[in-house]
Design a protein around this ligand. Structure first.
Ligand code: TYM
Length: 334
């Protein structure tokens, strides 16, 4: 496509505040990839409206998310950071791919089941076909690799099935993408219920670390994290709370589980929780400083939004035209 580099695509929803789970499971793994891949990172605002949103809030959250990508360390000159809603190809391809996706496949999606249970008063068709829009995001850029957390693997598997199905009818139209999971942190759990994933939409603010939490809040939340009465810092199924903290500490410091266990051998949960809290706060402080700086620079952010939106649109349109031709839509007269 653009040059010899492989293509990488990922995105996040602009709903709620980003959590440490989003950071460790996805954003952290996005950094430093632009030398090896042509990278597209979208703020997926079309996905956000599958749940009712306040318009002004959504706009603000989307912009904050875009700035957070940059604050976390993605250079917007080297990574295409853009709003999904600025590239109409996403929705256009989604319509076409809806016609190549089965109801049965969508019925099996666990995220749909979870979300429809949570929003029983608004089980709209968009919530149901959400994974098809996600497939369109990915396939529109002829993506090779998609770095995500574990909870998105089922959607990625569906994306691959749709691409293979389409290609088997029309020839090699889409690249079939591969998922990419980080070594640690692919599934960060709630601090209050370690059997549930840490989620932006959790009602209990103590369950999640938000990337915008200040140092004291981060440390306080870790101090309150649910553990057990084993009094042993060991990574195992029987100790989900402690294991989650080991996972977080390992993902933040780059240490293996064994190294973490060794470091805290004989120490109490109090010391361990404090160390995890401090490590996470140290990680977040520079990100927050950078975010605040970026918030002051409206012109710079606007320029990024415009230029990257145009770049994404260019590549998206290329794939879209090819697909439209393959399915039999008439060519445009110039
Ligand atoms: P979203 O916005 O829910 O989450 C963004 C990314 O964060 C990861 N993640 C986690 N990783 C580890 N532990 C957790 N507790 C945790 N919670 C979330 C997610 O796996 C994801 O990588 N449908 C997607 C957004 C999307 C997308 C795409 C992603 C739309 N189109 C195309 C990749 C490619 C979503 O809702 O992610």
């Amino acid at each position: 496509m653009m040059n010899d580099k492989k293509i990488l695509f990922s995105g996040m929803q602009a709903t709620g505040s980003l959590t440490l789970g989003n950071y460790l499971g996805a954003l952290k793994n996005w950094l430093n990839l632009c030398d090896d891949y042509e990278c597209f990172y979208s703020v997926v605002d079309l996905h956000s409206i599958t749940v009712r949103q306040d318009p002004a809030e959504l706009r603000k959250k989307a912009r904050n998310l875009l700035m957070l990508y940059i604050a976390a360390g993605l250079d917007p000159e080297k990574n295409c950071i853009y709003y999904q809603s600025h590239v109409s190809g996403h929705a256009e391809l989604a319509w076409i791919l809806n016609c190549f996706t089965y109801m049965g496949e969508l019925n099996r999606m666990t995220q749909f089941k979870d979300k429809s249970a949570k929003h029983a008063d608004n089980i709209n068709a968009g919530l149901f076909t959400y994974p098809v829009l996600m497939a369109s995001d990915i396939l529109l850029y002829q993506t090779d690799v998609v770095p995500v957390g574990k909870d998105q693997l089922q959607h990625l598997e569906l994306t691959r099935d749709i691409a293979i199905r389409f290609n088997s009818i029309y020839g090699d139209v889409f690249t079939v993408p591969e998922p990419y999971l980080g070594k640690a942190g692919a599934k960060i759990m709630s601090l209050q219920d370690p059997t549930k994933k840490m989620s932006k939409s959790d009602e209990n603010p103590n369950a999640s670390i938000y990337l915008t939490d200040d140092r004291d809040t981060v440390i306080r939340k870790f101090k309150r994290a649910v553990t057990d009465s084993e009094a042993r810092i060991h990574y195992c199924e029987e100790q989900p709370g402690v294991s989650n903290l080991i996972e977080i500490y390992g993902a933040v410091t780059g240490k293996t589980f064994e190294e973490v266990e060794k470091e805290f051998e004989g120490k109490g949960y109090g010391d361990f929780k404090l160390a995890v809290g401090e490590a996470v706060a140290d990680l977040l402080t520079p990100l927050q400083t950078r975010f605040n700086e970026l918030s002051q620079d409206k012109a710079y952010i606007d320029k990024i939004i415009k230029e990257n939106g145009e770049k994404a649109d260019y590549y998206a349109t290329k794939t879209l035209r090819k697909v439209q031709k393959k399915v039999g839509f008439p060519e445009r007269i110039r």
